[in-house]
Design a protein around this ligand. Structure first.
Ligand code: ZN
Length: 206
């Protein structure tokens, strides 16, 4: 939940309050008749700002989804965005992939082979990549992730000083790695919140 910050100008505060009340109705590039009529209605009134712009939470999660689409993993694409909540600034982004210099055409993307021949020893998760890329103090920052963090990423999130995470999917919630993740986040006082209906579609041509 975004709390209004005293350092932010008043329109930002109002926006933060509005986010709390309104549901995350947010299929990006969605064209529901309700949205269209709302847009038309306001565009006919001179001097008023658009009313159906993206709330901050949806904007940042949409950015995380776009980041995920950079991933070369054939099975799981995850994106992460680190944000300074007071200023609404994106500090960094990340997605899952092999470390620099680890050739993603030569190293395996398998899940089912023996460990050394699978992707697991080599892949760097989106949260790790985003946090390392930031190269600055992340105390009090928030992270937006498209998949709930595993236990290894939970450790990195906690140690980085990040105070809150927003996530889209939590499909491995029953697996030990993710149960351990929540145990650690709870113990460390890191809040987590689901934003479960943000969807973004990017269309592009080669
Ligand atoms: Zn992870």
């Amino acid at each position: 939940m975004v709390l209004p910050n005293k350092n932010v100008e008043s329109s930002e505060q109002n926006e933060g309050l509005k986010e709390k009340k309104s549901p995350m109705a947010s299929k990006i590039a969605c064209s529901s008749s309700n949205q269209q009529s709302k847009g038309r209605c306001h565009s006919q009134m001179k001097g008023l700002k658009r009313q159906d712009y993206l709330p901050w939470n949806v904007y940042f999660m949409a950015m995380a989804q776009v980041s995920a689409q950079r991933s070369k993993d054939p099975n799981t694409q995850v994106g992460a965005v680190v944000v300074k909540p007071a200023q609404k600034i994106i500090v960094s982004t990340g997605y899952n992939g092999f470390p620099r210099g680890v050739n993603d055409d030569l190293f395996p993307w398998n899940r089912d082979e023996n460990w050394l021949d699978s992707k697991y020893p080599y892949v760097a998760h989106a949260e790790l990549n985003a946090i390392v890329a930031a190269r600055s103090d992340l105390t009090g920052c928030e992270i937006y992730v498209t998949l709930f963090p595993c236990n290894e990423c939970a450790k990195i999130i906690i140690q980085s000083g990040i105070a809150k995470l927003y996530y889209l999917e939590d499909k491995y919630a029953q697996e030990p790695n993710f149960i351990a993740s929540k145990k650690m986040l709870d113990a460390a006082g890191i809040k987590y919140e689901s934003l479960n209906n943000v969807e973004v579609a990017v269309k592009w041509e080669v």
